[in-house]
Design a protein around this ligand. Structure first.
Ligand SMILES: CC(=O)[C@@H](O)[C@H](O)COP(=O)(O)O
Ligand SMILES: NCC(=O)COP(=O)(O)O
Length: 237
């Protein structure tokens, strides 16, 4: 079974568009867990355009499933994660002002920095994951930092799959086999959807967790959050 962690960034985007508290992020997080999701993911960005740092703190007592905080480990982010002590921190190399995540880490070039940050989180009992492209060398580099898991950046797979090109899964299978060989866990995310998730899951050996936000919230506009969470759970069995 692969765990579903729902990324609630888009709920915060909607809330922030009017400045009030509708929709209520904390209530949505409670409901998503009640509907059966096994985790909640947030990705606070430095400009706090969707998830605010205070949201991360407020969610701490609400999230009783796996709490995953994603972001670039700048000083403020590290402080926040150490304060919130989530189940998992996922390190993502976001450029300031990027529209969304658009690349994995170069785990070879940044090995020393990543190792240092990961040691700090490990000392605090927080599981660590590194966001990487589907590249065996980057998986080896992630393992060398001491990270518990990789998160495969799935945008290229999703894009190719949408064009009808199933061969786009190829590099992801190779990266996953390398991760299995090295005994580093596998998460995945970015642009996964009801259309592509089953194929992805069936082809990736030992896929532990997926974090899904943009498509899942969009699909919920038509089908409802409860239905959509459960449709993903069926496909991830
Ligand atoms: C790492 C990743 O792929 C997601 O966290 C994604 O970047 C969501 O962030 P946005 O909601 O800001 O697009
Ligand atoms: N880590 C990926 C994530 O949290 C959600 O990405 P997306 O589904 O919003 O593209």
């Amino acid at each position: 079974m692969t765990k579903l962690s729902v990324n609630i960034n888009k709920i915060a985007t909607l809330r922030n568009s009017r400045g009030g508290n509708t929709p209520n992020l904390l209530q949505v997080a409670k409901d998503i867990q009640q509907f059966g999701a096994q985790g909640i993911t947030i990705h606070p960005r430095p400009d706090e355009r969707h998830i605010r740092y205070q949201d991360a703190r407020d969610l701490k007592p609400i999230v009783y499933t796996e709490y995953n905080i994603e972001g670039n480990p700048q000083h403020n982010f590290i402080e926040l994660v150490l304060e919130c002590k989530p189940t998992q921190v996922t390190l993502v190399p976001d450029a300031i002002g990027a529209l969304t995540s658009n690349a994995g880490w170069d785990t070879i070039k940044h090995k020393d920095y990543l190792t240092e940050v990961i040691q700090e989180f490990n000392r605090n009992g927080i599981r660590t994951a590194i966001f990487v492209d589907a590249d065996e060398k980057m998986v080896e580099g992630a393992k060398a930092t001491g990270a518990d898991r990789i998160e495969l950046y799935t945008e290229s797979f999703a894009h190719q799959y949408g064009l009808g090109n199933k061969a786009g899964i190829g590099p992801f299978v190779k990266a996953a086999l390398k991760a299995n060989e090295l005994n580093i866990g596998i998460n995945a995310g970015h642009d996964l959807s009801l259309d592509n998730i089953k194929f992805f899951k069936e082809n990736i050996p030992n896929l532990l967790e997926v974090s899904i936000g943009h498509a899942l919230i969009s699909e919920s506009l038509y089908l409802g959050l409860d239905n959509v969470v459960n449709m993903y759970l069926q496909k991830l069995k």
